[in-house]
Design a protein around this ligand. Structure first.
Ligand code: SAM
Length: 313
């Protein structure tokens, strides 16, 4: 469907849990409040069916850590069978992927984004707060590739990010890396690098990044290539606002439809889950009213106070 500004909305990020097995400080800075429980499998399916009726073609499952959800595989299988959906993908920290990648591919997942913010074992484990997480994620990346999944790596640009080391890792593992600008959502205010800082660093390292035209998925990433031939992406909501072309909405694990990441006033779908027509209508109205743009650059305007772990990123 199109929203009030004529943007086609065909992409849903659905969070299936607020639970996460990692403790990255920028993602879960505050303890979970008394958030309502996650929707049941049946209710998640109802939401996705209604979304597909409204024109959603691309579904991405996220969390928390989606692979910690009990019976995740059977949920994937059921969602995959919903008419209208063209792609089903997952965003994960990869720590539980080694044992599940082949099964996920078999269940109908085609693309997987794996979050990895450091290329060094000690630095990564310190950031996630979980010893062993780096090795698990690396094993997850390899298993996902082995299973034939289309793998992308995502790294949030933090003051500590070793950009060159992450590029080397991505090159070694032969996966596409994207850098995400840190967004001031539910978190500790911090001064994080932007794309311009990244480009300066790469230029200073004589890598001479040049923009390339590439359409590799359904998101807002822009792509560049270094003079060594390595392609990488940037997802820069702050320094390169892409709201005019935004194609997505989010549903949190507890059933709040969020038309924009920046604002806390989502539509609570829970009262309508048993009535398909009502549910579709409430979703249609909320999507139609999607705000024109985020206001990450005016901190007082951000009304979303939940953390990314609760929203799904
Ligand atoms: N646990 C999964 C994972 O690690 O990918 C899925 C959930 S996580 C919230 C989804 C994505 O959001 C991750 O790539 C994470 O790095 C990113 N993220 C979390 N907090 C962020 C922030 N404040 N700004 C930008 N990206 C953020």
């Amino acid at each position: 469907m199109t929203d009030q500004l004529g943007r086609t909305i065909d992409y849903l990020r659905l969070s299936v849990t607020t639970a996460c097995n990692l403790r990255c400080p920028y993602c879960r800075p505050t303890p979970l409040g008394d958030a309502p429980p996650a929707l049941s499998d049946d209710d998640l399916v109802r939401v996705v069916r209604a979304a597909a009726t409204l024109g959603v073609r691309h579904l991405r499952l996220t969390g928390g850590e989606p692979l910690t959800r009990p019976h995740f595989l059977s949920l994937v299988q059921t969602l995959r069978a919903i008419p209208g959906l063209e792609t089903l993908s997952v965003t994960t920290n990869g720590t539980l992927l080694a044992g599940q990648a082949a099964k996920l591919a078999h269940a109908g997942i085609s693309r997987i984004n794996i979050s990895l913010d450091a290329a060094d074992e000690a630095a990564c484990d310190a950031l996630t707060g979980v010893p062993g997480s780096f090795r698990q994620t690396l094993a997850g990346i390899r298993a996902a590739k082995e299973a034939g999944l289309l793998v992308k790596l995502n790294a949030v640009l933090l003051p500590s990010t070793d950009v060159l080391a992450l590029l080397s890792l991505a090159s070694r593992e032969q996966v596409l890396l994207r850098f995400i600008e840190w967004m001031p959502i539910g978190g500790i205010p911090q001064k994080a690098p932007h794309t311009a800082d990244l480009m300066k660093l790469l230029t200073d390292a004589n890598l001479d990044p040049k923009p390339v035209k590439a359409s590799l998925g359904n998101g807002p990433a822009r792509y560049f290539v270094t003079n060594t031939g390595q392609m990488f992406g940037v997802i820069d909501a702050l320094s390169h606002r892409f709201c005019a072309g935004c194609n997505r909405v989010r549903v949190t694990a507890s059933g709040i439809l969020k038309p924009c990441l920046c604002y806390g006033n989502g539509a609570d779908l829970r009262p309508y889950l048993q009535d398909e027509a009502m549910l579709t209508n409430v979703m249609r109205n909320a999507i139609f009213q999607k705000p024109a743009q985020h206001c990450f650059d005016t901190p007082g305007g951000i009304t979303e106070h939940h953390s990314m772990r609760e929203i799904g990123g």
